[in-house]
Design a protein around this ligand. Structure first.
Ligand code: UDP
Ligand code: MG
Length: 317
């Protein structure tokens, strides 16, 4: 059996040397324990602007077990990861971030789970003590919101997981451009399991997921997997319709059965603002989905590989 580890790297020059060394030492150890016969490390350079690619090339020159993939520009974490998964040739592929925030020692458990018949093994964060308060609250809020929206994702599981070759073959059949792997992978089915670990701090460099990227990632996850926001719009419409019906009754009853003058201003102007706001919001949400359809129908490629580099050969594609 061969194990591949796929790592997306975006401006990770500060962490890469340590990461590659730690992971390859660990995999050597597992190999000695006869957990598998062979392994490779696939490093995907997601259009970094620092020395990440030069570093990757030098690692490849040092070891035949390392493969470098250079994307033609920054395609985003999910796409970089996907290119790593698709270009790894192990019987199983473990995906992990370059900053080693995810505990690599559970790879052993993942492989044992695979041997027990699981095609997908999710790494789940048991604790988030090392994350900043803000990151923890926003990330856990994200998982809750997703499940409220009816999206089937694993709570506190990011993209640290093991997938069998067969599961990855199925992943290739998902053609979506708005990639949200955490939502897609559970749709593949098969026997799956979870392993738990504690997430530690990034040991160097800074997060490549600033608030803006996190929000757009979350929004993408929701709108790619859930129609609940559209349903909320409809429900809101029904409520407002009911409310305006009551208003009509009220206005009519005052008009017909009393002779108090209606102080018209508030009851005219307020609904205009209120309903105007709701309409804009609803249009906006619908627009988001139309935008999704727009980008999906174009079926643009999700990434371009500039080159694949290994010790033995340099391929261009
Ligand atoms: N990453 C990437 N492309 C991007 C942003 C991030 O390949 O556009 C990679 C990054 O190098 C790292 C992983 O995605 O390996 C996760 O990023 P990070 O650790 O910064 O995210 P956080 O842990 O803060 O959520
Ligand atoms: Mg990180």
């Amino acid at each position: 059996m061969k194990v591949s580890v796929a790592i997306p790297c975006y401006n990770e020059e500060e962490v890469l040397a340590f990461t590659v060394e730690t992971i390859s030492n660990y995999l050597e150890l597992l190999k000695l324990k006869k957990l598998f016969e062979n392994f490779e490390i696939v490093l995907v350079d997601d259009g970094s602007s620092d020395k990440t690619w030069q570093l990757i090339e030098s690692f490849c020159n040092q070891s035949p077990l390392i493969k470098g993939i250079k994307l033609s520009k920054n395609m985003g974490h999910q796409n970089a990861l996907l290119s790593g998964l698709f270009n790894a040739n192990g019987d199983v592929v473990v995906s992990i971030d370059a900053d080693l925030q995810d505990d690599i020692t559970v790879i052993e458990k993942m492989i044992l789970e695979y041997n027990q018949g699981s095609h997908i093994v999710y790494g789940v964060r048991a604790k988030r003590e090392s994350d900043t308060f803000f990151k923890r609250v926003s990330a856990e809020g994200f998982y809750r919101l997703m499940s409220m929206m009816g999206v089937n994702i694993i709570f506190n599981h990011a993209d640290y997981r093991l997938m069998s070759k067969q599961a990855i073959e199925h992943l290739k059949e998902f053609q979506e451009v708005n990639l949200f792997l955490r939502g897609i992978v559970p749709l593949i089915g098969y026997k799956s399991s979870k392993v738990y670990y504690e997430r530690s701090e990034r040991f160097a460099g800074e997060s490549k997921y600033p608030l803006k990227k996190m929000l757009s990632f979350a929004w993408n996850g929701i709108t790619s997997f859930s129609v609940v926001p559209l349903r909320i719009v409809s429900i809101l419409g029904i409520f407002i319709f009911g409310f305006s019906f009551l208003m009509t009754l009220w206005v009519l009853s005052i008009k017909l059965f009393t002779n108090t003058a209606i102080p018209g201003w508030a009851s005219t102007v307020l609904p205009i603002y209120f309903i105007g706001g709701i309409q804009l919001l609803s249009l906006g949400i619908i627009g988001e989905y139309v935008g999704k359809i727009y980008s999906e129908t174009k079926q643009r490629p999700r990434y371009f590989i500039e080159k694949i580099y290994t010790q033995t050969k340099e391929k261009k594609s």
